[in-house]
Design a protein around this ligand. Sequence first.
Ligand SMILES: Cc1cc2nc3c(=O)[nH]c(=O)nc-3n(C[C@H](O)[C@H](O)[C@H](O)COP(=O)(O)O)c2cc1C
Length: 176
Amino acid sequence: MTNKQRIAWCITGSGHYLKESIEIINSIENVDLFLSQAGEEVLKWYDYDLDKFKSKGIKIFKDVTASSAPVSLLYDGIYNLIVVSPATSNTVAQMAYGFSDNLVTNMFAQAGKCKIHSIIFACDTEPTVITQAPKKLVTLYPRGIELENYEKLKKFEFADVVNNIDSLHEALKKWI
Ligand SMILES: Cc1cc2nc3c(=O)[nH]c(=O)nc-3n(C[C@H](O)[C@H](O)[C@H](O)COP(=O)(O)O)c2cc1C
């Protein structure tokens, strides 16, 4: 990565592993945020203030255009890595099947088409997960379809799909 290249970090509407993802974002440089509409809402649910990111020089792109206009930044060589963390079941499903109708799924699709590497932290990857709801821990039981979509996404070129925080750190190592 050249000094000028940045990481495009996409946040989707997942409370699961949101805190861990934010901790990494706060510990690295050269990162900008791309939020799904649900990602923007969920950040508020968990009391994250977007102004705090902006004060550190992090640019924030919200999902406010039908054409996902910020993806054009991928054509200018500004970003050399896309991270989707945390990735909801919805986003994993859409990406696994090649849908690209919102900012985050478009970032992933266009990155692939530009041969830019992606790292995806999929959260619903085990038969049982304990997740952080805004006010308490909740046990969830991902369905077969969620586990199938995760497996399907793992087969994509130009993408590392991880399912725990240690693997996320490991995948990021060569980029930061
Ligand atoms: C407080 C809160 C926490 C949520 N956490 C999760 C989660 O951990 N995993 C998940 O798949 N969906 C979660 N959701 C539901 C997603 O936000 C919802 O499916 C949304 O449509 C996902 O859109 P996106 O994939 O475009 O971000 C949560 C919703 C709320 C309100």
